[in-house]
Design a protein around this ligand. Structure first.
Ligand SMILES: C[S@@+](CC[C@H](N)C(=O)[O-])C[C@H]1O[C@@H](n2cnc3c(N)ncnc32)[C@H](O)[C@@H]1O
Length: 217
């Protein structure tokens, strides 16, 4: 589906996503985030941070948190949240940028994190290459992502069929993105990866992966 030249879907998404996701957060989604970004340490980069649902789950093991997000509508929500309820980290900084071209030097982060972002990135293979580039050798990528259901499943077919409409309504999100395959094809080494379900969500975004991958030392 063609990009909306007025960005109405992106505005609408920034309004409804935090409200809709709040249901999932309360039903167990927040615990998934705590398992994911709760393991971050050292200098940490979050990509596509949205309205900031990951922020309360960082710990003081994070010395510096660089929070990034390309959407101006989401950046406004993030700015307000960071001011009202800053994360419990050493220090933080907010930058407006996408993940396919990160404005950071090579090997400058101990940890990179993302929650439900790879579904929306137009060129996910470029974003993963950038994550590898900015991680220090031995650094970790922590992810929780909704993904396409397995091949041969009815749900997988349904995700394929609803993709054009879903992509418009959810501001670029592809419900059938095969993010696990992108990760396994990348230069990252998967440390652990679990399959789970996004609680209280539409079936089209229910199957998810949660895990950590390491840049070889
Ligand atoms: C489904 S929301 C997830 C928000 C947040 N990470 C969370 O866990 O709730 C997807 C986010 O990816 C962002 N996004 C879109 N294109 C992106 C890109 N090229 N690079 C990084 N983030 C992107 C969107 O603006 C949006 O905030």
């Amino acid at each position: 589906m063609a990009r909306d030249p007025w960005g109405l879907n992106e505005r609408a998404f920034a309004w409804y996503y935090p409200r809709l996701m709040a249901l999932s957060e309360r039903a167990g989604g927040a615990a998934l985030r705590a398992r994911s970004v709760g393991a971050a340490s050292g200098r940490t980069l979050e990509i596509g941070a949205g309205n900031g649902y990951n922020l309360p789950h960082y710990t003081s093991a994070v010395t510096e948190l660089v929070v990034t997000e390309p959407s101006p509508h989401m950046v406004e929500l993030l700015r307000a949240r960071l001011a009202d309820d800053p994360p419990p980290v050493g220090r933080w900084e907010l930058m407006q940028t996408g993940a396919e071209s990160l404005p950071f030097p090579d090997a400058s982060f101990d940890t990179v994190t993302a929650g439900y972002v790879h579904c929306t990135i137009p060129r996910p293979e470029l974003a993963i290459a950038e994550i590898v580039r900015v991680l220090k050798p031995g650094g970790r990528y922590l992810f929780v992502e909704h993904v396409r259901a397995p091949d041969g499943s009815v749900l997988g077919r349904l995700q394929d069929v609803v993709r054009p409409l879903h992509t418009y309504v959810a501001a670029g999100c592809n419900p059938n993105r095969r993010t696990e395959e992108f990760l396994r094809r990348s230069d990252l080494e998967i440390e652990w990866l679990e399959h789970a379900n996004l609680p209280r969500s539409s079936p089209s975004v229910r199957p998810l992966i949660l895990g950590a991958a390491r840049k070889p030392a």
